[in-house]
Design a protein around this ligand. Structure first.
Ligand code: PLP
Length: 369
């Protein structure tokens, strides 16, 4: 069986070189592995344009572990967090804050609408007790891009702390931390950096981290302790995901060779454009307006035809070597196709050709009406 093309927003399609990098073992105490960790962290700060003001704290686990670590370590127990909510990952932040016993105020938007900066400013006026904002940069549920720079500027102006879940945007969309006022930005190995899943990381302002000693209610998810130990010893506090770190090092080498963030972003834009155009030609309609669609994952309306069943459609496309992603909207029947990973526009064209064959084989009438 050849490895399938994953049209999913993580885990995603990795290159052969990235997978090969996992074929040797590393001692976690070894100086060579410590250098690997240090070089990965240094590159991540540089990609985010963090300068000297920001440090990288790596965290074992999937992206959510790093989000929970950031919120639990950086927000004081008596903090109040505003959470603009336009999808499932925003809802997950609200759930984490609830578990942490931290006051949160949800600011709801439609699943097809970007977060409006003016509504955030209005919430600050209404609720002066707000201390922090927790923003999802790219809501992967529908694929919406939220206006990070405008929201960061408002937070700066009002003296509110900002924590950003940039899980599915980091590495592909422009983000400049230095001077942004952002306290922390969270992402992970297995999204736009095109490595395997298993390591999250938090790019955090040094002085925000320094204030956070002893604050985390969790041992394993204490970012302060994780960083203090790393700085003192060069080692991870608990067993590191060694093979994942090695794969990420190799994926970052390819990221740099490709031309860094601008080149990665441009390839995804081309993938997304190709996807939307060729799916439209089959009659599929994207859920989002082009003005809020990020070039990372596209949500399509499911065909209204009763012959359509996601599981059968999925299996048919999978047999051709492509993995689709179910929808994640609360009201509408949709499915999603990712544009990220070690794939190009030709792979996207082949995937859409497989979708066309599946539609034909299952006798689905795609065009609405
Ligand atoms: C992928 C993702 C996460 C992390 O999800 P995990 O299942 O823990 O990897 C968090 N936020 C966003 C926006 C994501 O896309």
């Amino acid at each position: 069986m050849p490895t399938p093309i994953l049209l999913t927003p993580g885990p995603l399609t990795t290159s052969a070189a990235t997978r090969d990098a996992m074929l040797r073992d590393w001692g976690s105490w070894d100086a060579e592995f410590n250098r690997l960790t240090a070089s990965v962290c240094a590159d991540l700060v540089e990609i985010a344009q963090g300068g000297d003001a920001y440090v990288c704290v790596p965290m074992q686990g999937s992206g959510t572990f790093a989000v929970e670590a950031a919120l639990g370590t950086l927000v004081p127990r008596d903090g109040v967090v505003l959470v603009p909510d336009n999808g499932a990952y925003c809802a997950r932040i609200l759930k984490i804050l609830d578990r942490l016993g931290i006051d949160a105020i949800a600011l709801p938007f439609g699943e097809d609408a970007a977060v409006a900066p003016a509504a955030i400013e209005a919430a600050f006026a209404r609720e002066p007790r707000i201390t922090h904002v927790a923003l999802v940069h790219l809501e992967t549920s529908a694929g919406i891009l939220n206006p990070l720079d405008d929201i960061a500027a408002i937070c700066r102006r009002h003296g509110k702390r900002l924590i950003v879940d940039a899980m599915s945007s980091f590495g592909a969309l422009p983000i400049a931390l230095d001077g942004s006022g952002i306290d922390a930005l969270v992402s992970a190995s297995g999204k736009c950096l095109e490595s395997v899943p298993g390591m999250g990381f938090v790019l955090v302002r040094r002085d925000a981290l320094d204030e956070a000693e002893g604050r985390s209610p969790s041992l394993a998810l204490d970012l302060y302790d994780q960083y203090a130990y790393l700085r003192k010893t060069g080692q991870w506090r608990f067993t590191p995901p060694t093979h994942v770190v090695a794969a990420l090092r190799t994926a970052l080498d390819q990221f740099i060779a490709e031309g860094g963030r601008p080149a990665r972003g441009a390839r995804y834009v081309e993938n997304c454009r190709t996807l939307v155009e060729s799916m439209r030609a089959l009659g599929f309609v994207p859920f989002l307006d082009a003005s809020v669609q990020a070039p990372v994952i596209v949500t399509f309306h499911a065909p209204a035809d009763p012959a359509y069943d996601f599981k059968r459609f999925y299996d048919e496309v999978k047999d051709a070597g492509f993995i689709l992603y179910p929808g994640k909207l609360t009201q509408l029947e949709t499915f999603r196709v990712g544009c990220i990973g070690a794939i190009d526009a030709d792979d996207v064209r082949r995937a859409v050709a497989a979708i066309a064959r599946a539609v034909e084989a299952l006798g689905i009438k795609v065009r609405r009406g």
